[in-house]
Unconditional design. Structure first.
Length: 120
């Protein structure tokens, strides 16, 4: 099943986990959209620097530390994703409580591990 995924905190730097994740998601056949601080392209995917009104987002995978997530709370909730993945280092009890209030499923996991073990 293709799961349209927003990589929030995408980086152009090839050594960053968000960059790895974009490429692995593409390789696994998922549709990918990405938001980051710098415009560019990773694996043929444009990184948006403006928050876009993406439609039918299944998963938001976070690559922002908790202190950088707060400005995105309302945006992520408005996308009505089916799942949020808090990758290692992004765990955020405040945001998780807000997601619970909006009945949005979340998990603390690693997107790369989920993909490599066919659990994505």
């Amino acid at each position: 099943m293709v799961k349209k995924t927003l990589v929030l905190g995408a980086s152009l730097k090839p050594q960053r986990y968000s960059n790895f994740a974009i490429n692995r998601l593409i390789d696994s056949g998922h549709e990918v959209v990405a938001f980051g601080l710098r415009e560019g392209e990773v694996g043929g995917i444009n990184i948006d620097t403006n928050l876009m009104p993406y439609q039918e987002i299944h998963t938001v995978t976070l690559y922002l530390n908790p202190s950088r997530q707060k400005p995105f709370y309302d945006y992520v909730i408005a996308l009505q994703p089916r799942r949020i993945i808090f990758n290692p280092g992004t765990e955020n009890p405040e945001f998780q409580n807000i997601l619970k209030q909006h009945n949005i499923y979340f998990e603390e996991a690693c997107t790369l591990v989920l993909l490599s073990t066919n659990q994505y």
